[in-house]
Design a protein around this ligand. Structure first.
Ligand code: PGA
Length: 252
């Protein structure tokens, strides 16, 4: 895929500050949910969406019509961790969002990090996507290296759900959460770019000055596998919600 293909321009919305960012993110997410009956939703872990989850769990907690009908599918997960490990994305997301708004347990699909047979585990999620997909709403964070989910640089735009080796940059980012690089698992399950690009709507959340360069690259560099997030420009209906500091390097 190169810059010569037909490209789309994402709809970029800029929130003025750290209070407006989660509010704007939450209102776009709610508006997307409201359009759909029983949407299959992919949500990110990380620092970026935390404020949005807080807004959803407070201001929008009463929207039982939305939370009771939403179906959740995990975006990614470290591989090989025990089911009670504190580093699991599933546990984190359960705590910061899914339990708080009360997404029915039967509506939650996670990767099983400690699956005895990773090949079967990947097939299970691929089969889920075939029978219950495609994804309706994919909410994504932007990695410092341009990854989406754990689709690291080099990921093909049609890549499927799979196990992937994390790059040194992602391991370094993970160390900020778990204390040291040694504590960061080396592999992760991730939905593929192919799965994410098929979503009916995509919302990319980006905040903080540290993401200003990669956001500008995502929106203006040549579309290609060295920056997985540039794949978003190969499809329509992508909304980028950024705060003012992340948007600093965007041209007006
Ligand atoms: P962050 O992670 O929200 O913690 O910056 C984003 C990502 O790596 O996808």
């Amino acid at each position: 895929m190169t810059g010569t293909s037909a490209l789309f321009v994402p709809d970029v919305r800029i929130a003025a500050d750290a209070v407006a960012f989660p509010e704007l993110s939450a209102s776009f997410f709610i508006a997307s949910l409201e359009k759909l009956k029983s949407p299959l939703v992919v949500l990110p872990t990380g620092n970026t969406p935390l404020g949005m989850y807080d807004v959803l769990a407070t201001k929008y907690l009463g929207r039982r019509d939305l939370w009771d009908n939403m179906r959740f599918l995990a975006l990614d997960e470290y591989a090989g961790l025990a089911s009670n490990d504190a580093r699991l994305f599933s546990g984190w997301l359960t705590k910061v969002f899914l339990d708080r708004v009360g997404i029915p347990v039967a509506n939650r699909t996670f990767f099983q990090s400690d699956a005895a047979n990773p090949v079967q585990e990947i097939a299970r999620i691929q089969n889920f996507l075939r029978t219950s997909g495609p994804v309706d709403i994919a909410v994504l964070g932007l990695g410092a290296n341009g990854h989406l989910g754990m689709n690291e640089p080099g990921s093909a735009f049609d890549s499927p759900t799979r196990l992937i080796a994390l790059t040194p940059e992602t391991i370094k980012s993970g160390a900020a959460y778990w204390g040291s690089e040694a504590a960061v698992p080396r592999t992760a399950y991730t939905l593929g770019l192919g799965d994410l690009l098929q979503a009916k709507q995509v919302m990319l959340l980006v905040n903080g000055a540290a993401k200003a360069d990669i956001l500008a690259s995502t929106l203006t560099d040549t579309v290609g596998v060295s920056i997985p997030a540039t794949s978003l420009r190969t499809r329509a209906d992508v909304v980028v919600v950024a705060d003012a500091t992340a948007a600093l390097k965007l041209k007006p």
